[in-house]
Design a protein around this ligand. Sequence first.
Ligand code: CO
Length: 500
Amino acid sequence: MEDKLNQLKTILNEVADLNAASALLGWDQQTYMPAGSAEGRGNQLATLGQIAHIKFTSDEVGRLLEDLEPQVAQLDPDSDAARLVKVTRREYDKNTKVPTEWVAEFARVTTVGQQVWQEARIENNFARFQPYLEKIIDLRRQYAAIFAPYDHVYDPLLDDFEPGMKTAEVKEIFGKLRPQQVELIKAIADRPQVDDSFLRQTFAEQKQWDFGVEVITKMGYDWQHGRQDRSAHPFTTNFGIDDVRITTKFLPDFVSSAIFSTVHETGHALYEQGVDHALERTPLAGGASLGMHESQSRLWENLVGRSYPFWQHFYPRLQEFFPGQLGNVSLDAFYKGINKVQPSLIRIEADEATYNLHIMLRLELEIALIEGSLQVKDLPQAWNSRMQEYLGVTPTNDKNGVLQDIHWSGGMVGYFSTYALGNLISAQLWERINQDIPDLPDQIRKGEFSALLGWLRNNIHRHGAKYESQELVKRITGSKIDPAPYMRYLTDKFSKVYGF
Ligand code: CO
């Protein structure tokens, strides 16, 4: 068996190297590449992607998997070898079952679709994008059919982003969550609004950068195996476990943007830096799923970074950087300001309390589109009425309504729920962490994060992609993904911030 396993690993290592090279080119594209170099870069990425695809989907990989499957069945199912074969099989089937014609058509439609979406958004004209979205929905339905039988037609789509997750599961989770979130927002809306105007003054970019570096260094970001740069949209990427990079966008007139996005991306980066080196250059070297990844970024950003103890430690330092802007703003006022809740039209600007409702709306509409119970032409109307129902605000146009996100134009139908699942998982983990580390708030107050990071490393990071998210959450907390801890967290926090 060792022999075959090594043969498989050799191919997977080469595929991982090719993918890492692509990721590095992608990182460069978004950070330092000259504006006029996009065409050549596109060719390079396409070539590398094609070589990686051919290697990974080769008959040899298929034969090795078939030979290895009965053999690893004798092993501990949690062993690296058994999990590697299982995850590789899943990816292999996904990559080989889909006909090349579908892949080509999907690439063509989404490339044009994304272009048209950008124009339609500027023109505020959904009708222009409508035929492309119809085609994309149709192609995603065809994709689901390739993986029949399924319990629900949306299952294969969800599985692309959250492996193993079923539509029935997300429906149940969000069905419980939605009424409670709506009620919480109503309770907040009945209270006087908090002031956050002091966050919207002029804050020198270099000082923002320096403060962020101090924060994430204390969190445990490993600068020997990472770096930080600027980009138009913040992201984390990696080219192996030992090179995990983050980017930041700085807004001179809104200081909290860069602080929290830097902490967020560092949460993603700590996950990637913490994967066991035994899994390096294999499909297991990375996060378990998008939802699991988002649980790590949100945990650091919100549960830690927007907590009172965190700012008991860091606020005096931030005031030293910005004495003119924050010298006369008390810690309590600052804490309330960074936790302001304001139902709004735009998902990416949403606060902790309202964010999940933006996601649930998208998930419900996506499922209805894929099921065929909602027609694309009726989408803007369905969007607007749900915004009113869940958040109490109605888009004034399609630009700040149905056309705001890039995902659908790029064919990423099935993606959205992972954002909300990440929030839920983060709070569920947080309850467990606080049982295991009872003095965690005191540690955070002192700027000590090593016990917390150690816990995350041991329970989550080191496993890489060995376990699916539901499996991992259950191993750690004893139950599957559950919205109750998140609601407890939100209610406890915002009843104090808003006084109800
Ligand atoms: Co994220």
